[in-house]
Every structure is written in C-alpha cells, then in structure tokens.
Design a protein around this ligand. Structure first.
Ligand code: PLP
Length: 455
C-alpha cells in the first residue's frame, strides 16, 4: 500500500491561461526605475530588449493571461506534468504527513524552465525577432532557451558563466546540440566583458556579468532581443502553469496543501507552484503556509536588504526593488548553480514583505543528504537546486511526525540532476563543504547599493 501514487491530467486539462498575481495583491509592486533619472520607466524604455507583448505582460494587472494556442501545443509534449504522492518517502520518514511533489523534470531540458522559454521564443518570433541573447549559470536556462529557439527557428546566443563553461561541458554540449552558440563570460565580444577582463584577466565570471554581456549584445542590433529565465514578472506568470495544474491534481486526490515549498534562485519555480495558491488565499480561500528555500551561501531573502538595485554587474538594467545581496556580490562556490543570483524576483520579495510567505536557508551538505534520501525512496535524482525544496519538505514532514500532525505538504521538484552527477560524486567523496559567504564582501556589496530618491 505504500507505493508512490501518480495523479495525471489529460492533454485537454492543460490550462488555457496563466495566473498573474498582480491582480490580487493588496498593495501594488513598487515601480521599476530608470537607472539614469531615478524616475519610473514606461513600456517604451524596455522596447530595445523585449518584444512589446512581453512588456505588456510585465506590467499587466489582468488576473488571467491567455496561453497562445501554439505554446499550448508545444506544452503537450510534457504537460500536464505529473503530481506524485511520495508514499515511499513518507514511509521511510515514518511521518503521518502526506507529501506531494509536482515533477517538472519531465520537460526536454529537464526542468521547469522550458515553460517560459517556449513562451518567450513564441512572442519574439511573432514580433519578427531573429536572434535572442541570454546568460546562463549552470546551463539550465541556456539549454531551455536553446531548445525553444530550435522549435521556432531563432538564433540563440548564450553567455555562460566562465567557471561553469569550463566545469560543466555537458550542458554546453546540450545547448550546442540544439543549435545555440555558447560563449564563456566574461568574453572579448562585449565592452562589459572586455572591461572586466582588463581589470581581472582571470575572472571566472558571474551571472551579473553574463547578464550585462547579453543585454549589451541585444541593444546593439534591431533584430536581436534579450531573454531572462527568472526574476521578471512575466517569467513568474508563465511558471504559474505548475501551480494551476497542481491544484487540479490535488482535487483528484481530494486534498489541499497545508504547506507549500519551493526553492528560490530568481524565484520563478517557487512562484510557479505557490502564486496560484497565494492568490486563492487572497481571494478568500484557504491560506497554506508557504516556504521559500534558498542556499545559506547566497541568502538574498533571509540576509539581503529589500532595496532598489541593478539586475546586473555593469549596471545596464533598470532598478528594481527586491531582496538583494548587492549586484557586485559573488557567492562562494557551491553546487546549486541555478541559485547563485544576487537578487530575487520583485514579486517574490514583495509577497515576502507583505508577510504572505516565509523564507529559510540551508547549507549544501544538508540539502544533498535530503536529495539522497529522496532518490532512494522515490527513484528520481533531484537537481541540486531542487534538493533545497526536498530538504525543507522533509523537515516539515519530520515536524509533523514530532507533533503527531497529518498535514499535506506540497513541493516543487523543479528538475532532475542527470547533468549534475559530479555534484553527487563530490558529495559522496566527502569533497563538499559548507562554505559561508564572506560577511565583509556582503557588507561591501550592500554599501554599494544605488541611492534612490523614490525610497
Ligand atoms: C534555474 C533553476 C532554478 C532557479 O531558478 P528559479 O527562477 O528560482 O526557479 C532552480 N531549479 C532548477 C532545476 C533550475 O534549473
């Protein structure tokens, strides 16, 4: 009786709309500011880097945003994604809790990211764009956009953080298999890259630097735009398909979550699973406890400051209000590359400030321990990023055991770890350490935050 249970929807149940939480917020998001004038920007300011359809989604307050039919057709390849009840994990933990996980590793790139990559490629193609530039850390976003680009015949150029470019050849090979061009960042191809290299020739790069390079390339050519895999409102909106499906699947299970857990890098997969439930709560429904989980070596939500900051290192992006560690902050080396960003999605930061979510941080040894426990019980090897959510879900289940409570716990298993086995090899070899971030560096990065009159 203790075997895994799978809740499957049919193709016809793929949602027809994404959910936009802006419609239900008790207080609107603080405005996005122009880096030069400090004044709120308008849609036209973003036109050099994004197509207008996506800009309008970025500022929309409509509750439901229609999923274009061609995007739904592509989603059919892996959506609706399965929801599982982790009966074997429950048994292994001896918990009275019911643990559910939504599995996004079934997409071609192996994570939730194609949910937005396909949508962004569609809107860019529709706007006549020929080429998209982007950045990638560990390579998950780059490979997802490369996949989407191959579907729509778009040229894809990916600036990959140099240390990952050298250490993670398989994701790079995957991008190249889909036909994308992958460039180690910092590179000689942009002024931002050249200026970093002039100062630090051995720079191993960062996401902030790679974003600067990708944005710079996009503004140089009319036929080229930029795509971001997380953080922005429209990206979070695209990912809500995860939570909308999970709600229907929990109805099949005749259950409703008491606790919802997601890991947070830029915040998109977390928002994807959580926002539809937060929205239902804001409209008078039940209010589950919502937990965002981040690495303790890059703790933007738990240790960052809620302030206006740049999205990139060269300060080419607009200023957004978010939990930030400072745009110059470089976290110590750890294995969840997808969680290394200095900031957090403004929408996730905003709901945190409104008290609608909690945040916790875990060091990497404890998250790998949880990932191994999960893999032994359920068979799926989670991505290192996803292990953060697994850790918090297991801890919630153990709390239920101590308290003798039978709560329902839902978490997002945002990707598989098949391209990250080196991290598991290092973990088993005892080579992983819990490296705290440098307090002095954080203080310096925070001291460098831009001063903004509107605050
Ligand atoms: C990119 C990535 C993340 C982090 O990004 P979010 O926008 O916070 O979701 C987490 N998990 C996986 C598997 C990823 O690929």
């Amino acid at each position: 009786m203790a075997d895994t249970i799978k809740y499957l929807l049919e193709e016809k149940d793929i949602p027809k709309t994404w959910y936009n939480i802006a419609a239900d917020l008790p207080k609107p998001l603080p405005p996005v500011l122009h880096p030069g004038t400090g004044k709120p920007i308008g849609p036209d300011d973003l036109a050099p880097i994004f197509p207008m359809s996506l800009i309008m989604q970025e500022v929309s307050t409509d509750r439901e945003i229609e999923i274009p039919e061609p995007v739904r057709q592509i989603y059919r390849q892996w959506r609706p994604s399965p929801l599982y009840r982790a009966r074997r994990l429950e048994k292994a933990l001896g918990t009275p809790a019911r643990i559910y996980y939504k599995y996004e590793g079934v997409s071609p790139a192996g994570s939730h990211k194609p949910n937005t990559a396909v949508a962004q490629a569609f809107y860019n193609k529709e706007a006549g764009v020929k080429r998209l530039t982007t950045e990638t850390g560990a390579g998950q976003w780059g490979s997802s956009l490369a996949f989407a680009g191959s579907l729509f015949g778009l040229e894809i150029e990916v600036f990959m953080v140099k240390v990952s470019y050298q250490q993670k050849p398989y994701r790079r090979a995957l991008m190249e298999t889909y036909g994308a061009r992958c460039i180690a960042s910092p590179s000689e191809e942009t002024a931002s890259g050249r200026s970093i290299l002039a100062r630090t020739p051995n720079s191993t790069g960062s996401l902030g630097i790679a974003i600067s390079e990708a944005v710079e390339r996009a503004v140089q050519r009319d036929d080229t735009k930029y795509a971001l895999g997380s953080v922005l409102n429209h990206v979070l909106t695209h990912q809500t398909i995860i939570g909308i499906e999970a709600m229907k699947q929990l109805e099949m299970a005749d259950d409703y979550p008491d606790v919802i857990v997601g890991c947070t890098g830029g915040g998109s997969n977390f928002a994807g699973i959580a926002f539809p439930f937060i929205g239902a709560g804001l409209r008078g429904g039940r209010k589950p406890r919502i937990v965002a989980v981040e690495p303790s070596s890059c703790p933007s939500l738990t240790k960052g400051r809620y302030a206006y900051d740049f999205g990139d290192t060269a300060h080419l992006t607009p200023l957004v209000k978010m939990h930030t560690l400072g745009s110059t902050f470089v976290p110590p080396g750890f294995h969840a590359g997808g969680l290394r960003y200095h900031g957090m999605a403004p929408l996730v930061s905003h709901v945190k400030e409104l008290g609608l979510i909690d945040a916790v941080a875990y060091p990497q040894l404890s998250i790998f321990e949880a990932g191994v426990t999960f893999a032994k019980a359920e068979g799926i090897v989670p991505a290192p990023e996803a292990n953060h959510a697994v850790r918090a879900a297991i801890d919630e289940a153990l709390r239920c055991k101590r308290e003798g409570r039978s709560e329902a716990i839902l978490f997002n298993l945002c990707g598989h770890g098949h391209f990250d086995m080196q991290a598991y090899i290092d973990y088993f070899a005892g080579k992983l350490v819990d490296q705290p971030y440098d307090e002095k560096e954080l203080a310096m990065a925070l001291a460098g935050l831009p001063s903004v009159a509107a605050e």
